[in-house]
Design a protein around this ligand. Structure first.
Ligand code: 13P
Ligand code: SF4
Length: 309
């Protein structure tokens, strides 16, 4: 993508500072294009946390939302994790608290708590195993069949996992406001407008929307699917930021947002000037307190140890 001189200047300054500070820049697939395009890696939640756990760099600049920087800090306590805009949060992650999970465990002593990575570190500390949109099926299948499962916080992800695995899964009543807002009526309308397009959806969408999908994938899973598909047109059932990496990798293909309103304001908060400032001041730092980190890392590592994840 071609940027104006001012933007290019900022991008260059950031790349120079990254080198100087021995830092890497990780960007989620929903970030604004000018941020994505200077990242050392862009990806989905799973890919970014894996990269955060493996990097040799001293500093991780996380361009995403708070729980992602938290996860990086849980996995790499010896690194400095910068979240350029501290107020970039995830409303779904804030829908459940650690005390809610404690209560679930008190009421259901034998239950296995599976928490979406979109949770606070405190919730992860109360969790048996984490999952992301890319590995939820493998995570659920890794749990002994006689065990009961309770998933937090996303009810839609839980229903998707229940349907795909045939397991009994109870769940918290949380949801992503962006994905949950996409209705089946809107998708049907879009399909009528573009009868030759495939509809790909994120598992955070409602069950009746997922029923209409040709494929259900994490954000990077969508990119991989489109890259290898012979289809030319796709209706994208996720945050519209994903259209940037999709179009970059597939300039000859056409991408139609399922709903143009699918914009996550928190994922758009981080701009180039915020990144530059964070690198200059080495703030704001996200650091999970050791007492919580020690407990939270078990659930994250258990997820990362599943074969094929
Ligand atoms: P992915 O892990 O699929 O990128 O999803 C993260 C997210 O926040 C989706 O809304
Ligand atoms: Fe959270 Fe939804 Fe935004 Fe993803 S798109 S960060 S789940 S609010």
């Amino acid at each position: 993508m071609k940027y104006n001189t001012e933007t290019e200047k900022l991008q260059k300054e950031i790349r120079m500072l990254l080198k100087e500070k021995d830092a890497i820049l990780l960007a989620h697939n929903y970030q604004v294009p000018e941020v994505q395009d200077i990242a050392d890696m862009r990806g989905d939640s799973l890919e970014l946390s894996m990269r955060a756990s493996k990097t040799d760099a001293k500093v991780i600049v996380f361009c995403g939302v708070h729980f992602m920087a938290d996860t990086a800090s849980i996995l790499s306590p010896d690194k400095t994790v910068l979240l350029p805009v501290l107020g970039a949060g995830c409303p779904m992650a804030d829908m459940i608290r650690a005390q809610d999970v404690q209560k679930i465990k008190e009421d259901n002593p034998d239950v296995v708590i599976v928490s979406y990575v979109n949770t606070t570190a405190e919730v992860k500390a109360e969790t048996d195993i984490c999952c992301t949109s890319a590995n939820v099926i493998q995570v659920v299948n890794s749990i002994a069949p006689e065990k009961r499962i309770f998933m937090t916080p996303d009810k839609n992800l839980a229903l998707y996992a229940k349907k795909r695995t045939g397991r009994e899964i109870d769940s918290w009543d949380g949801y992503c406001p962006i994905h949950n807002n996409l209705t089946a009526e809107t998708v049907i309308k879009r399909k009528e407008e573009h009868p030759d397009a495939l509809f790909i959806a994120h598992p955070e969408c409602r069950p009746e929307v997922l029923e209409l999908a040709d494929e259900i994938k994490s954000t990077s899973g969508m990119i991989r699917f489109v890259n290898q598909s012979s289809a030319q047109k796709f209706i994208i059932g996720t945050e519209t930021g994903l259209i940037h990496p999709l179009s970059q990798a597939n300039p000859e293909k056409e991408f139609i947002p399922a709903d143009r309103g699918m914009i996550c304001p928190n994922m758009k908060k981080t701009g180039l000037t915020d990144i530059l400032e964070a690198l200059e001041t080495m703030e704001p730092v996200v650091e999970v307190p050791e007492s919580i980190r020690k407990r939270a890392i078990k659930a994250v590592q258990r997820m990362l140890q599943i074969p094929g994840v």
